[in-house]
Ligand binder design. Sequence first.
Ligand SMILES: [Zn+2]
Length: 148
Amino acid sequence: MKVEVSREVEKIIKDLREKYKTEEKIESIKNAGISGVILKLSPRIFANVRRVPELWKVLGCNYEYVIAVNERYWKSLSEVQKESIIYHELNHCVGIDRDGEFKYKLKDHDIEEFSSVIKKYGDFLPSIKDFMKKASLKKDDENKKETK
Ligand SMILES: [Zn+2]
């Protein structure tokens, strides 16, 4: 398996961490080393994020997370697509202080659902309702910008 460190991915990570540093989740990982690599992933995914195993840290690796982008698609993506994909992966990363012990974790998606279920049943759960509300607010923002 060919794996390369991607300076482009690392630059996007750095820029997004600066741009959204006041967001709670991004703030919680401000001290975490996050690397970016490019490699061949499953055709079903654009990217993923992994925690660096504790053993690697004992061996001198200073990263908490590695964001891997899929070499099948990366070069053909627009700048906005690249940024949104990396932002998605950063949203999986979270630092949690529990009882005075700070730990880095991976967080699951807000919702996991099939579009066919939402098409039939709509926002039948509060989590889906909240998700759809936020998506429509974003859409309203874009429509306001377009009409200006
Ligand atoms: Zn994800």
